[in-house]
Write a protein that binds this ligand. Sequence first.
Ligand code: ZN
Length: 106
Amino acid sequence: MKRCSYCGYSNYDDATECRKCDASFVAKPEVVYKSFWVGPEKARSLRGKALTAVVLGLMIKVYWGGYGPWHVLDNPTLAHVRSFAEPLLIYGGAILYLVGWVLNWI
Ligand SMILES: [Zn+2]
């Protein structure tokens, strides 16, 4: 016997709703909507771009920074671009990755 919590009517044990007031005995799944600032999807895409920036910065450091057995381009303009782009990509990308990681939760 299953007693209705709304009207008190006694229903059969296998009843899914009250015979008297039609109240459902089946618990509806509670849908939780969490509001994000940007949302996990955008945060993931931001982390992907940040990782790309870090990888690009590391590639500039390794292939253009004199770590290889090849000749380094030492044109002053190019060297200026390198000294500007390398830390921007590496540290900027690292910070952007952290931001994307935090945005996943807020
Ligand atoms: Zn009822």
